[in-house]
Design a protein around this ligand. Sequence first.
Ligand SMILES: CC(C)(COP(=O)(O)OP(=O)(O)OC[C@H]1O[C@@H](n2cnc3c(N)ncnc32)[C@H](O)[C@@H]1OP(=O)(O)O)[C@@H](O)C(=O)NCCC(=O)NCCS
Length: 160
Amino acid sequence: MQVVRTRQSRLFRGSLLPLSLADLNELWQLDLRCFVDGEAYERETFRYLLSNPNTVSRQIRSAHNEMVAFAIAIVEPDGIGHITTVGVAPEHRRRGLARLLLLELERSLAARNVSTIRLEVRVDNSSAQNLYHTLGYSIVQRMGKYYSSGQDGYLMVKSL
Ligand SMILES: CC(C)(COP(=O)(O)OP(=O)(O)OC[C@H]1O[C@@H](n2cnc3c(N)ncnc32)[C@H](O)[C@@H]1OP(=O)(O)O)[C@@H](O)C(=O)NCCC(=O)NCCS
C-alpha cells in the first residue's frame, strides 16, 4: 500500500498501477458506473485495449484494493498518443485522481517517443474539458455527431 500524492496537499491512500487483463471485469464495471450516458465501452473493447502492446494504462486502487480510477491511451500507427478513456468512481471525484492518471500516461507516452497527444470529449462534458484544459490540452476541432448518441465532440490536442 502506498499513499498517492495527487497534487500538493491532496493525498489518497491507495496504489497506482498499470492495468492488466486480470482487471478486465472490474474495469468494465467501473466504466459502466462512470459513463452512465450510454458511452461506456464494451467489455471486448477493453479486452482489445489491454491486450494491445501499444496500449499504456494506469489504475488507482483504494486501500481496500477496489479500483477507483483508470485511464488508457494507445500509441496510434502515426505515432500520436490517443487517450481513449479516463474515469473516476463518482465517490472519489475532485481529489486529483484523473489529473494524476493523465500525467502518468503522458510520462509513459513520452517514454515511447510520443510528442503529440489527442483525445475526444463530448461538447457538453464541461468537467472533462476543464480537466484537459488545466493539463494544457486545446480544442482544435468540433466533430459533428461524433458520438453514437448523435452528440458532437471536440478534438483536443497537446504537444509534450
Ligand atoms: C472527468 C473526470 C474523469 C474527472 O475526474 P476527477 O478525478 O474528479 O478530476 P480531478 O480531481 O483530477 O480534477 C482536476 C481538475 O479538472 C477540473 N474538473 C474536474 N472535475 C470537474 C467538475 N466536475 N467541474 C469542473 N471542473 C472539474 C478542475 O479544474 C479540477 O481541478 P480542481 O479540483 O483543483 O478544481 C470524472 O468526472 C469522470 O470520471 N467523469 C465521467 C467519465 C468522463 O466523462 N470521462 C472523460 C471522458 S472524455
